[in-house]
Design a protein around this ligand. Structure first.
Ligand code: GLU
Length: 305
């Protein structure tokens, strides 16, 4: 599908309702693609049936429609992409980069994978997961909001899992295969996924896939400082008026819109004024005088720059 058009995507896992944190990722990815005249795609990352909440994908898609966020092209479901993931695993194997690992989580010490099965399974043990070999080498990438990120995978995670012990393909591999297949040129998502990005860069390199550019948006936290999560049932967007929720998401991203206007006018304003330089690096919350939680984010300061 790649043809050089700037292409962004929103890639929710159907594990709960669309909440304010995922709305921010949807809005940020949408504006970043569309303000360049590009394409915006939606991909349902339904690769983990045990964590899936029935009906969640449909409700997320319905919420996006209420916000007038219409994807360009069909919604892709990762559950239909197994053949492509198997092909990527075969490619890693043919390059000598894949090995079976017998270790259970409780057998592994905290920190990077110690290499237990790297040179063969211990006698009498069977392979459970598949891991990819990582080099002792820094991976450097530039993030449009968070700045430069450098990570040596062998020091942080070591050889990491690309097919889990339950046979499911790991998120890191699936996301890289599908971003490339869909021609995604810009990944815009929450900064909680920044720590996954060096692993994804590495997989792109060893699979000969193009690397998109990255923009990691501030994480939305609740009043106690926890990341808002679908699984905590936090603040479903479905219960809010789209005009107000869009205004809050834009304000959180450093683009407070004019107070009045229709949903369409708010989108037009946002498309005309979108400027990634205005996006703060980190997020925070505060409570307003009526006791309602208002999401806000820190301005990017000199210290952060
Ligand atoms: N599916 C992931 C999530 O909902 C996001 C993946 C991504 O944007 O790369 O957290």
């Amino acid at each position: 599908m790649p043809d050089g058009t700037p292409t962004g995507r929103f890639a929710p896992s159907p594990t709960g309702e669309l909440h304010f944190g995922s709305l921010v990722a949807a809005v940020g990815s949408f504006l970043q693609a569309r303000h360049q005249g590009g394409r915006w795609l939606v991909r349902i990352e339904d690769l983990d049936p045990p964590r899936e909440v029935p009906g969640s994908a449909e409700r997320i898609l319905a919420d996006l429609r209420r916000f007038d966020m219409t994807p360009d092209g069909e919604v892709v479901r990762q559950s239909s992409r197994q053949a492509a993931f198997d092909e990527a695993l075969a490619r890693l194997a043919s390059r000598g980069l894949l090995f079976p690992c017998a270790c259970t989580r409780s057998e592994l010490p905290p920190g990077p994978y110690p290499g237990t099965c790297r040179n063969g399974l211990p006698a009498g043990r069977e392979g459970r997961s598949l891991r990819v070999r990582t080099p002792d080498q820094p991976i450097v990438l530039h993030d449009a909001v968070q700045g430069e990120v450098t990570e040596n995978l062998s020091e942080t995670c070591g050889d990491f899992v690309v097919r889990r012990a339950d046979g499911l393909v790991a998120y890191q591999l699936a996301v890289v295969v599908d971003d490339a297949w869909q021609g995604v040129t810009e990944v815009v998502r929450g900064a909680d996924l920044l720590s996954s990005t060096p692993r994804q860069r590495y997989l792109q390199r060893v699979l000969d896939l193009p690397s998109p550019s990255y923009m990691h948006l501030p994480v939305v936290r609740d009043a106690e400082g926890h990341k808002l999560g679908k699984r905590h049932g936090a603040d479903p967007v479905a219960q809010q008026a789209p005009l107000k929720a869009l205004g809050a998401a834009l304000s959180f991203l450093g683009h407070a819109p004019p107070a009045h206007g229709s949903l369409q006018e708010r989108w037009n304003w946002a498309l005309a004024h979108w400027n990634p330089e205005r996006i703060p690096r980190s997020g925070a919350t505060h409570t307003d005088r009526d006791g309602q939680t208002v999401y806000s984010s820190h301005e990017r300061s000199e210290k952060d720059a």
